[in-house]
Design a protein. Sequence first.
Length: 100
Amino acid sequence: SARVHPGESNASWIVHGLIGFLLSGGPEAQVLRDRFIWQIVPMLNPDGVVCGNYRCGLCGVDLNRQWRRPSEALHGTVYMLKRLVARAKRKLGLCLYIDL
C-alpha cells in the first residue's frame, strides 16, 4: 500500500514503477507473477490527497496512527486493508506486506 500520507507523492511513483515492472515482459517479472499473488493498493488515502491534506484523511487524524484499532466509519481504508491483509494471511499464506 502507498500514500497513507497524502504529501508523500514519491510513494505514488514507486508504486507506478512496481506495477509497470510487474506487467512488463521481463523474465524476472514473469517469475514474480508466476510465484506470487500481488494485491496492490496504490493510494490508501485518496480523500486526503484530493483535499490537499499533508498527513491526515478527511476525519482529521493521521491514518498511519490508526492501525491498532481503526474505525470502519472514520478510517475505512485502513480498516478494510487490515481485513484484506488478515484474510490473505489466513487463506493465501501471506509472505510479505509493504507499506511505502
